[in-house]
Design a protein around this ligand. Sequence first.
Ligand SMILES: O=C(O)CCC(=O)C(=O)O
Ligand SMILES: [Fe+2]
Length: 273
Amino acid sequence: MLVLATNWDFEREARLMIGEFPNYSHYIHKIEEDAWVFTRQGLFARFMPEALSPEAIRLARPVMQAVKTRVTNRGNAAAKGSMMPRIKKSGLLSATNEIPPEVNRLLGFSDQLGYLDAKKGSKKRGTHFCRRTGLTRRHPGYLEGIMPAVRRCDQLFCEELPEQYAAQVAEIKSAGTFRISPAFSTANLNRDWQTTYHTDKYDLRDGWIALFALGDYEGGDLVVPRYRLRFNLRPGDVLFFKPHEVHGNLPFSGERLTAVLFGREHIASCGGR
Ligand SMILES: O=C(O)CCC(=O)C(=O)O
Ligand SMILES: [Fe+2]
């Protein structure tokens, strides 16, 4: 087991690289074994190779392979300048920005399972109301397929990071059934998408995520430039970390499927049922 305490801290430089691709000069520590990673700010990551069972992998993989949604709204993770005004049917430019089809065709696929929160304080229905994600509604079997992997991640989170787990569960407990497990409300599924440097949005402010990978690929390591870290995430591995630090992927070949389990920022205000 590796216990790494790094003193590197390139916070400002990392922020400036948002929207750019990681490269091989952005890390010093390459992490590929069971590891705890500490920074000057405290515990940052817990890496657990081969943490998912063959059965959990077998059930989750077809669901993750079925993600067909193009990326239209994650501009930072898609590349600098990728968001631009939508062109309305009238030919005029809309006030809404999106990644246009000509650009998103070059990216991978991404969609969400589980639950979405309402904007804080919003009483409006429609997209402002707590609800299942569209993918969850359209394909009721999908969530079931990833649940063994979700339960395993939740259990490891509880065992390995008990304090952080207790805080996260307490924070979203009142969301009740708007959760996929005690600590997570939502799963973001990515297929064949090399993210540029970004921080995750819509997450609990101080939350932790579980990231796991499946598929058959080479490369795609997750780089965290602030702390000069590179995680070599192989199929079946689980990485717990704080997604408000800038991170992105190195290039890869093959089929790379990842799931990010997290708590939506306002999910607690949904109220349980
Ligand atoms: O696929 C990965 O390794 C990272 C995905 C990620 O950072 C995200 O979806 O926010
Ligand atoms: Fe991310």
